[in-house]
Design a protein around this ligand. Structure first.
Ligand SMILES: [Zn+2]
Length: 403
């Protein structure tokens, strides 16, 4: 069983411990988070956990969400615009009916009550479940349960509306979220079955449920698990991480402000924006447009992501640099989306989704193999997609000694 993703990579936690300038409580919490991640990974490897085999998923072309067309139709400046939006609405409705996919959104958010038991996290305290109303501030002082519940729906809707995907497995998998996991657990993760969130500390980490892209990132690890189970190491692991960022950023651009979905040039392309507590010198955890520039702080060090194949890092840490080298395919996606323009989920997004769900992506896929798959699935955009990859080092020649 492959190791799992934690949104805050171990090297970030380790940098905080090794630099030793953060408050002692934070250092201790980061240290114990590293230990716990290791224990959880060891336990998972020992016990094994069946990963369902990859299935080829049906892909529907990107559709503008209905609410956008409804808004355009209401506020259309010209009769022609209104007519176009109404026609598109009608078309979308027909397309959905034809696709025949039923929605099976089923969310439950539990209070993990600071338990570390990831194999059987406690389910006796349900905070909110499907169909329930958001809970009060007294019941959810940190807002984590409501944020998790809302984030699940937005992410589910994104996959359903644009890719006709019914939940993580494409077959309505129940979405179980656990908040307040562990004590001093500075992280969020998809563990193969559940989405799990620790608490922030307000000193270095501000919390993990209020960033929609973090929830969508972890959700997408589940989607990757069920479509192209990329080994979580080296290039395939960096592709796995990058795909989680690619879909995470699109969910953020589409739904963070449902009134104003963002085009590729309106968006800031930051993953984990707001993850750092006040006083930390960082914009985000990662920057897809300019990898390597998201943070530079005395407590946590500098963002180590490369933006080009020339700077690919051969590493022993971080499963061979999965959260580090993902900067390269992340920037390729940004460039591809930017060159096509408009909304990422209508341009480059469907091309990446087709590649992910093509059934042709091997467990040890390389950047080159993934890039070729996107070019193959890009139809009229093939030239732009190839150009985007070329600008980050495609066709990724093997480096020679001394280079
Ligand atoms: Zn991840």
């Amino acid at each position: 069983m492959a190791p799992f993703c934690c949104i805050v990579p171990e090297y970030v936690l380790r940098a905080i411990v090794e630099r030793g300038v953060a408050p002692q409580n934070t250092i201790n919490a980061c240290h114990s988070t590293i230990e716990k991640i290791r224990q959880i990974q060891d336990a998972r490897i020992q016990h094994g956990q069946r990963t369902e085999s990859a299935q080829q998923q049906q892909v529907a072309e990107g559709i503008i969400p209905s609410f956008i067309h409804e808004t355009i139709a209401q506020h259309a400046a010209t009769a022609e615009q209104r007519e176009t939006s109404l026609r598109t609405l009608e078309y979308n409705t027909k397309l959905r009916a034809a696709a025949g996919t039923l929605r099976h959104l089923k969310r439950t958010v539990y209070d993990a009550q600071n338990s570390w038991d990831f194999k059987n996290p406690p389910k006796d305290k349900v905070m909110i479940k499907e169909g329930g109303v958001l809970i009060s501030e007294e019941e959810d002082p940190t807002g984590n349960a409501n944020e998790c519940y809302i984030g699940f729906k937005k992410t589910y809707d994104f996959y359903f509306d644009f890719f006709k995907r019914d939940s993580i497995d494409g077959r309505g998998l129940k979405l179980d979220g656990f908040v307040h996991f562990g004590e001093g657990f500075r992280n969020a993760m998809w563990d193969g079955r559940n989405l799990i969130f620790g608490d922030g500390d307000g000193v270095v980490f501000d919390g993990f449920t209020d960033e929609l892209d973090i929830i969508a990132h972890e959700f997408t690890h589940g989607v990757v698990q069920y479509t192209s189970p990329l080994n979580y190491t080296l290039q395939s692991g960096a592709l796995n991480e990058s795909l989680a960022d690619v879909f995470g950023i699109m969910v953020k651009q589409w739904a963070e402000d449902p009134e104003r979905p963002q085009t590729v040039d309106q968006a800031n392309w930051l993953i984990g924006e707001g993850i750092w507590a006040e006083g930390i010198n960082g914009r985000a955890l990662r920057d897809m447009r300019h990898p390597g520039t998201a943070y530079n702080d005395r407590f946590v060090g500098k963002d180590p992501q490369p933006a080009h194949w020339d700077d690919f890092q051969e590493l022993d840490v971080d499963n061979g640099g999965v959260h580090i080298n993902s900067g390269i395919p992340n920037r390729a996606f940004y460039l591809a989306a930017y060159m096509i323009g408009g909304y990422a989920w209508e341009g480059a997004g469907p091309i990446w989704y087709k590649a992910l769900t093509s059934g042709k992506l091997g467990e040890n896929a390389t950047f080159k193999e993934f890039a070729d798959l996107t070019i193959e699935n890009a139809s009229e955009h093939a030239g732009k997609i190839k150009e985007a990859w070329t600008r980050v080092g495609y066709p990724f020649p093997v480096k020679r000694a001394g280079q």
